[in-house]
Ligand binder design. Structure first.
Ligand code: CAA
Length: 378
């Protein structure tokens, strides 16, 4: 496997690093405390073309999935909230339309999502449909040339900000996973409203909410593929999303690692820098090895997707290992920094809180184990 970056990819990484350092990092703590989104950074990301990276020339993309994943990683080093907002927009909303949408749907919705002019969200989860995604209760009833949606989605990342929603609803209540269909829904659609804004443990700057559909009319032209294809669309789209979350986890782990190394070189106890104590060095070694493992699996999954190889299992492995690494590294970073690590003067406590959700969303890590072991026994 060759993970040597081309000069174009290195340029993308360098410019995203600069953006992250100057436009995201300085505001990350303040915005997370206020629960506000860094919209200015999102606008800068749009100007840089970051939302189009994995898509083709028709939407001014670079057809470079690895560069996109490297960008999620760089941004997440300083702010997990901006990292997931970016990943949801590109992987789950735009990515779904790119893979399964008609040419008309791509022209109307993918273009503005890829340019960053519009923000996207993915509406699968419901109060009674989390891990069992097939249990969605939102219904879409066909009436003439329209579908009428009724139901409630929850935990929707970008929910309050989005202009475009990729929504999964039942068109046949008795057909199990084959009774679910996917729709592209505009924010302005009558009958669509934003419900409760979630109050979260971490990624507090990301905007997450309920999305409510009350007799919400959607043109039949906005059905993605055919009726009954929605579950498979959701699963396939989530395979890509999981590489994004894995990159987010990797970035959070790397961000915490950099912080703790800097701290340990400066912090003195018993007359010496704490970096000189072997017990602590061994924790650093474990953190380093977990990050490197995660990095390989994340880039491998990204390359599999980029090269058109199957990537469900490599995405699940990457998500499992990278997000567990994020939790391990951030928890130990707090521990190594002692009382200072626990205080909000340093970013590692925020990183530890942000890391937790990466083990949960886009399929808990137990779901990733189901996918990996299912493949092993197939
Ligand atoms: N790609 C394409 N099709 C797939 C697929 C994939 N990766 N995985 C499964 N399918 C297909 C199967 O082939 C099967 O098709 P047929 O009926 O034609 O044979 C169909 O889907 C049903 O598959 P399963 O029987 O395996 O489905 P299941 O009901 O047992 O569910 C599961 C399996 C893995 C647990 C799945 O429900 C799952 O992934 N759950 C987690 C849901 C999830 O990730 N939610 C995240 C919400 S979004 C979010 O978090 C975003 C955010 O805001 C950050």
């Amino acid at each position: 496997m060759d993970f040597n970056l081309s000069s174009e990819q290195q340029m993308v990484v360098n410019s995203v690093k600069e953006l992250a350092e100057n436009k995201i990092k300085p505001f990350a703590m303040e915005l997370e405390e206020k629960g506000e989104f860094n919209m200015d950074a999102f606008k800068d990301m749009a100007k840089m073309g970051l939302f189009a990276l994995p898509f083709d020339e028709k939407v001014n993309g670079a057809k470079d999935y690895l560069s996109y994943i490297l960008s999620v990683e760089e941004i997440s080093k300083v702010c997990g909230s901006t990292g997931i907002a970016y990943s949801v927009q590109v992987s789950l909303c735009a990515g779904g339309i790119d893979k399964f949408g008609s040419e008309e749907q791509k022209e109307k919705y993918l273009k503005p999502l890829a340019s960053g002019e519009k923000i996207g969200a993915f509406c699968l989860t419901e109060p009674n449909a989390g891990t069992d995604a097939s249990g969605v209760e939102t219904v879409a009833e066909k009436r003439g040339d329209k579908y009428v949606l009724n139901g409630k989605k929850c935990f929707i990342t970008n929910g309050p900000l989005a202009d475009v929603y990729l929504v999964f609803a039942k068109t046949d209540k008795d057909a199990g996973t084959r009774g679910i269909s996917a729709f592209i829904v505009d924010r302005e659609s009558e009958g669509l409203s934003i419900g409760k804004i979630e109050n979260k443990m971490g990624i507090r700057s990301a905007q997450v909410s309920e999305i409510i559909f009350e007799d919400c009319e959607v043109s039949a032209e906005n059905l993605v593929l055919d009726e009954g294809k929605g579950f498979r669309i959701a699963m396939a789209v989530l395979d890509g999303g999981r590489i994004g979350v894995a990159a987010q986890g990797l970035g959070i782990a790397e961000g915490a690692f950099d912080e703790v190394i800097k701290y340990m070189k400066e912090r003195k106890q018993f007359g010496k820098p704490i970096s000189s104590f072997q017990g602590l060095q061994w924790i650093i070694a474990d953190m380093d090895a977990k990050i490197e493992q995660a990095r390989y699996l994340v880039y491998k999954a990204a390359m599999d997707k980029q090269e058109g190889k199957p990537y469900s299992v490599s995405a699940a492995r990457a998500k499992l290992v990278a997000t567990d690494a994020a939790m391990y590294v951030t928890t130990n970073a707090v521990q190594l920094m002692g009382g200072y690590g626990f205080m909000k003067d340093y970013p590692v406590e925020r990183m530890m809180r942000d890391a937790k959700i990466t083990q949960i969303y886009e399929g808990t890590n137990q779901v990733q184990k189901m996918i990996i072991s299912g493949n092993a026994f197939r």
